[in-house]
Design a protein around this ligand. Structure first.
Ligand code: NCD
Length: 291
């Protein structure tokens, strides 16, 4: 079983993953007793996703291998497929992969016979991130139906925006997007940030994905912050119960003001914590063993 994109899962299956993550949060114990090896293959930089998958595996009593892409035979011209096949032949039990190319997994799935967990493909999908976002929202509001969210920032280049926009709508939320017009995505319900901020339950901020741009951003950091950044005065305009989310890494005083990062509406570090429980649930699901 693979976890490549959320479209492959029914709404019921998604809720079951969230339930299992919640059980892990509440202390559920699973111990693979060092018998399973999880290989983390990150071909793009990562802190949270990489090391929370690693932490999740360790907490399940698995052992892990952390592939050092910068020091590997990729430098000698080896392909993604050949690298991944090599780890399969080592006998590892599951692969966690992040790669710059959209749908990189299509070239792998027919010939790789161990589970692949997609930790992000280019601007495409980021299923484990969306699941941890959903868990955070469900813990807060106890439901999805009827909630409103705005995702603000570089929508076009963000796999987090693409994945969340689709799954949140599927779960009955109304989703808006906002941010610089040059990063607007057609069909993604664009609105002016200041017109919507007082009406939504979730404000989800994004980092500008400079590494995916051919040109420099038009706005300076100060201009971005002024127009689209979540300042404490914008926070004051939010609904009482509304929350602030960000997949991180965040750029302080660009998309989010320094003093908003840990304010009482912010769930940013709670998202990080939930990421471990979600990844424990996903790993346990694909390893598929009753332990
Ligand atoms: C995001 C990613 O890599 O897609 N981060 C993450 O996984 N928590 C967002 C980003 O890099 O801006």
């Amino acid at each position: 079983m693979n976890v490549l994109k959320l479209e492959d899962f029914t709404t019921q299956e998604i809720n079951e993953i969230l339930d299992l993550a919640e059980e892990f949060k509440n202390g559920k114990k699973v111990d693979y007793q060092g018998k399973k090896i999880i290989a983390n293959l990150f071909f793009e930089p990562s802190t949270r996703t990489h090391y929370s998958f690693d932490t999740a595996a360790l907490r399940l009593g698995c052992r892990t291998q952390n592939f050092d892409a910068g020091n590997s035979s990729l430098k000698k011209g080896e392909t993604l497929y050949d690298t991944v096949k090599t780890f399969e032949m080592f006998g590892v039990d599951a692969l966690v992969i992040r790669h710059t190319e959209n749908e990189y997994y299509k070239q792998l799935v027919n010939n790789i016979h161990i589970p692949i967990l997609n930790a992000g493909d280019g601007t495409g999908n980021h299923p484990s991130q969306s699941l941890l976002d959903l868990l955070t929202i469900r813990q807060e509001f106890g439901k999805f139906q009827g909630l409103k969210a705005v995702i603000v920032g570089d929508i076009r280049h963000s796999r987090v925006a693409h994945t969340n926009f689709k799954i949140m709508q599927r779960l009955g939320m109304t989703v808006y997007t906002s941010g610089p017009l040059e990063y607007k995505e057609e069909g993604y319900n664009y609105v002016e940030f200041d017109d919507i901020i007082d009406k939504v339950d979730v404000v989800m901020l994004l980092r500008v994905q400079h590494e995916r741009h051919e040109e420099e951003m038009k706005e300076t950091k100060q201009q971005y912050h002024q127009q689209f950044g979540l300042s404490s005065s914008r926070v004051k305009g939010m609904k009482d119960q509304a929350i602030i989310m960000h997949p991180a890494p965040f750029n302080r005083n660009v998309e989010i003001a320094d003093d908003v990062v840990e304010c009482n509406k912010s769930r940013i570090f709670k998202q990080v914590q939930n990421g471990v429980y979600i990844r424990m649930a996903l790993l346990h699901m694909v390893l598929g063993e009753n332990v």
